[in-house]
Design a binder for this molecule. Structure first.
Ligand code: AMP
Ligand code: ZN
Length: 464
């Protein structure tokens, strides 16, 4: 039995799939105009824990992730320039070159973080036909209208349940107290389904398609409705994303999809809380971002970061500091050392001894994906006196099918820049036969926790 917290009901619910033994999941993917940061990856690692947990419970998982390569403007409120077009101009490239480059970078990090690749990866630009069909359907059902500027808007006042997911207070909005109503639309929350180039101040758009409303490009939200329903059906099981998507993007996805089909769109909405940095949500526009590569340069491995993510519950904010990351790195390395020692044991395994622990682990993770508790249970098992080393080893690897921490792999350690520099300086000193300086540098490297080993192939740096 799996229990998950559903944003729609604000309750932990027992998960019941639409079709027995199968789960269909849609994960909102990145806008590929720039590198994804470690805040974004918190959301994807969480979605990975979700799918691994479902797989462990014998579900056949079909997960779809989208790539937004058109339609996301610089403001989530349909204002500003298309993010991809803007970056293309800045870097003097085509939008496709930009999207391809950042898509590759995204999946490289995805792989390094040991995130299982979803069954379907789909691009907005390859699904414009489906989006136009959906908008035509909404227009037919009177949910869409053409504004003064020629853009097509979703009429939120027509969709009775609008804002249910985010518990929006629409009465307050109608009074017009908070949000100024754009003259071109009827209600403050109405959003664009289709942008028409003629009405836009951004001319010479490269990404544009013919449509019944004029040449232009889709709004941001419509892609997720069109692609999720194409690959997963009009009603599917689970939709994931970061909590910032609740009030606008996911609210609008529901309105579009349910408006068009008259059916419930998604049964369970799961949202990840933010990774915070300098006391704010990590984002490009706020306190700055860090990428996996930035951490690697400082000597942290992708698995150190994954361990750090797992140390917090996905529904609670996680505060990123280098001290916190360092603590995770230390724990992760200790864990790997213990497991590597257990591996050599070769004792006989009594399945009776391990079945109970396996069950207990599954119960922990099945209770709303409690990864911090799952990690501490793993530590408890490693300390358990009633289990022999081989049994502990087997259990650790079993748990790792969900944790995804590569506990059985010899990982190449990342040597910090500072250590590499010192090692090069020592080499230079040695070549000059300045052995006093060379020895001093070796000592300094030792104090910093690393050792140099002179091998036949040159010098190797290792952790002490
Ligand atoms: P975006 O490319 O901005 O659409 O973001 C991709 C995914 O990352 C979305 O699911 C966001 O909700 C999520 N996200 C963005 N910033 C953070 C953050 N600081 N912490 C956790 N998730 C985030
Ligand atoms: Zn989406």
């Amino acid at each position: 039995m799996i229990k998950i917290y559903n944003t729609l009901s604000r309750k932990k619910e027992i998960f019941k799939p639409i079709k027995s033994g199968e789960v269909k999941i849609y994960t909102c993917g990145p806008t590929v105009y720039y590198y994804a940061h470690i805040g974004n990856f918190r959301a994807y690692v969480f979605a990975d824990i979700l799918r691994r947990t479902l797989e462990m419970n014998d579900y056949d998982v079909k997960q779809v992730i989208n790539l937004t390569d058109v339609g996301h403007l610089t403001s989530d409120q349909d204002e500003g320039e298309d993010k991809i077009e803007k970056e293309a101009k800045k870097e003097n490239k085509t939008p496709k070159q930009i999207a391809d480059f950042y898509t590759n970078a995204f999946f490289e990090d995805f792989k390094k973080l040991n995130i299982e690749k979803p069954e379907v990866v789909c691009k907005a630009t390859e699904h414009v036909k489906e989006m136009i069909e959906l908008i035509k359907n909404l227009e037919k059902k009177d949910y869409a209208y053409v504004g003064e500027n020629g853009n097509v808007y979703f009429d939120t006042s027509k969709f009775k349940k609008y804002g249910e997911l985010a518990r929006l207070d629409l009465k307050e909005l109608k009074a017009g107290a908070r949000i100024k109503v754009d003259k071109k639309k009827k209600n403050p929350r109405d959003f664009v389904l289709w942008f028409v180039e003629k009405g836009s101040k951004y001319k010479e758009h490269i990404l544009k398609w013919k449509s019944p409303w004029g040449e232009g490009w889709p709004g941001w939200h419509i892609e997720c409705s069109a692609m999720s329903m194409k690959y997963l059906g009009e009603t599917f099981d689970i939709h994931t994303g970061g909590e910032d998507h609740i009030p606008v993007h996911h609210t609008n996805e529901i309105a579009q999809s349910e408006g068009a089909t008259g059916k419930k769109f998604v049964n369970y909405w799961l949202h990840t809380s933010f990774l915070q940095f300098n006391s704010e949500k990590m984002s490009k526009s706020k306190g700055g971002i860090l990428r996996l590569e930035d951490l690697e340069k400082e000597g942290y491995s992708p698995m150190d970061l994954r361990y750090f993510y797992l140390s917090g519950h996905y529904r609670k904010p996680l505060n990123f500091t280098f001290t916190n990351l360092k603590n995770s790195k230390n724990s992760y390395e200790r864990l790997k050392n213990i497991i590597s020692a257990l591996k050599k044991s070769g004792e006989k395994i009594n399945n009776k001894n391990i079945d109970g622990a396996k069950k207990q682990f599954l119960e922990i993770i099945n209770d709303d994906l409690n990864s911090p508790k799952a990690l501490s249970f793993l530590w408890d098992i490693l300390r358990e006196e009633k289990l022999n080393d081989s049994e502990k080893y087997k259990l650790a690897l079993e748990f790792d099918k969900i944790l995804g921490l590569k506990l059985d792999e010899e990982e190449k350690i990342n040597i910090p820049k500072e250590i590499k520099k010192l090692s090069n300086e020592r080499e230079t000193a040695r070549k000059k036969k300045d052995f006093v300086t060379a020895d001093k540098i070796r000592e300094k490297i030792n104090k910093l926790g690393y050792v140099l080993e002179d091998t036949g192939k040159g010098v190797e740096v290792k952790k002490r």
